[in-house]
Design a protein. Structure first.
Length: 253
């Protein structure tokens, strides 16, 4: 896995949530998301309780609301697509604010917005309380295929390398007086993308040769993994168990 380093989503802390083993938190978030997805969309109150559970976890982990909300902006494209459903879906229509909106489309938009937001928020909380190296080790501990763990590791780690390469290319363009102001500059940007792809490919080849020369044979070495006690599993299970109780009530009402 290489030496660990903190990623941009991680927020240093010493809370009970931070101290939980990574594989316990990954399993808890996965089960929570499955429960949220299984909840009937008509149980609007249930999604409010799910949000309250996540707020409680964030408070225990001492993750500020601003940190969480800023990271939730990643779902804006999905929110925009969901907002179009009431205008394009068929079915009975209702009048609201002088507009004729599809009732199934409104329910569909609500379903995507509520479940998607809760899933993203749970994932952000996981990333905010777990270091990158621990996340990868947690996936390894949960017996995820080794190839997928390696791909995730390389993707995350070399994303920063490619980002630095993009920054250097941008500085080089700026130093030569280039500034993208319109469509006539798209050709230069397209050439920059092509050059970035070639540089990234060449960097990947050099990294692979360096790994092979050091004994890499298609599998990363198994690192020492943190074991979890029964109390830690119980603490991690509190979130999905509480969510499951809400889901069952939502189906019975």
């Amino acid at each position: 896995m290489g030496a660990g380093h903190a990623h941009k989503l991680y927020r240093h802390g010493r809370s009970r949530v931070h101290r939980l083993p990574a594989h316990c938190k990954i399993a808890a978030v996965l089960c929570f998301v499955l429960v949220v997805v299984s909840t009937p969309r008509e149980a609007v109150w249930a999604f409010g309780l799910y949000a309250l559970l996540l707020v409680t976890v964030a408070a225990i982990a001492r993750v500020p609301a601003g940190h969480l909300l800023k990271r939730l902006l990643i779902e804006v494209p999905f929110v925009v697509s969901a907002a179009s459903l009431p205008f394009v879906a068929d079915g009975p229509y209702v009048e609201a604010f002088g507009l004729s909106l599809s009732e199934p489309g409104l329910w569909g938009a609500w379903n995507i917005l509520a479940k998607g937001t809760l899933g993203v928020a749970a994932s952000v909380l996981l990333a905010s309380t777990t270091e990158l190296r621990e996340l990868l080790l947690g996936l390894q501990r949960l017996r995820m295929p080794s190839l997928l763990v390696q791909i995730a590791s390389f993707m995350i780690r070399y994303g920063d390398v490619i980002g630095d390469e993009m920054r250097r290319m941008r500085i080089a363009r700026a130093s030569r007086g280039f500034e993208a102001r319109g469509i006539r500059h798209w050709g230069v940007l397209a050439k920059s993308v092509g050059a970035l792809f070639i540089r990234s490919y060449e960097r990947g080849e050099r990294v692979h040769l360096a790994m092979v020369s050091r004994g890499y044979a298609g599998r990363m070495p198994v690192m020492q993994q943190q074991t979890a006690t029964r109390a830690q599993w119980s603490s991690a299970a509190a979130l999905p168990v509480a969510a499951l109780a809400v889901c069952l009530v939502g189906w019975t009402l």
